[in-house]
Design a protein around this ligand. Structure first.
Ligand code: AMP
Length: 216
């Protein structure tokens, strides 16, 4: 069992690789972005508050996301946790460390997915996902085989995220560089950082991640 963080800017491929690890290693994906999108549709007070912040591409408060993660972790589960899109600030990173210690666990690897910024814009603005099974597609590089139908589960509920547009993406990138990228140095200093080329073929990225996990 290994607990890992997938770290990288929006569009680096964290969600795609996390889904593979869930299928192949029975790991448990914890995506704070997915949790927040769920909360958004729930119509709760918290959901309404975060909806606007997310649409602008800003980060929601540390308290909210730390609370969401705390609810999900009481102890070890499956093949280990994949933290996808969390932590995004140093405060969240400290909170995660404390939570893992409190529940008798360790953080085994932090995998930085490196991509260049120009590639992100193209990746993000063409992205869409299946609302039923979560499969991720791209209008140019990975369209569905049949127009409007998910290859994996056959659903026709294909969606584009509200924040996958150029303006919100610029803000998300700014938030990444200001608040999240310091985590690269933080985990390097803790000897936990590994980096993979996020622009390689999807299978090559998966292999690189697998080799980090097998050494962890
Ligand atoms: P993602 O799906 O990971 O790209 O996240 C989508 C949006 O949810 C982000 O742009 C933030 O507004 C919010 N969000 C997700 N995870 C976090 C986090 N760990 N801390 C703060 N905001 C987050």
């Amino acid at each position: 069992m290994v607990n890992i963080i997938l770290l990288g800017p929006p569009g680096a491929g964290k969600g795609t690789q996390a889904k593979r690890l869930v299928d192949e290693r029975n790991m448990v994906q914890l995506s704070t972005g997915d949790m927040l999108r769920e909360a958004k549709t729930s119509g709760t007070e918290m959901g309404n508050r975060v909806a606007e912040v997310m649409a602008r591409g800003e980060l929601v408060t540390d308290e909210i996301v730390i609370g969401l993660i705390e609810e999900k972790i009481t102890g070890p589960a499956g093949g280990g946790f994949i933290f996808d899109g969390f932590p995004r600030t140093l405060k969240q990173a400290d909170a995660l460390g404390a939570l893992l210690t409190r529940t008798g666990q360790t953080l085994d690897a932090v995998i930085e997915m490196q991509v260049d910024d120009a590639a992100l814009v193209a990746r993000i603005t063409g992205r869409f996902t299946c609302g039923t099974c979560g499969e991720v597609y791209h209008e140019v590089t990975k369209p569905t085989k049949a127009v409007g139908v998910c290859d994996v589960c056959g659903s026709t509920d294909l969606r584009k995220r509200a924040d996958d547009n150029e303006d919100a993406l610029k803000q998300r990138l700014m938030e990444y560089y200001k608040k999240t990228s310091p985590l690269i140095g933080y985990y390097f200093a803790k000897n936990q950082l590994s980096s993979v080329d996020g622009l390689a073929e999807m299978d090559t990225v998966s292999d690189a991640i697998a080799s980090v996990l097998d050494k962890a």
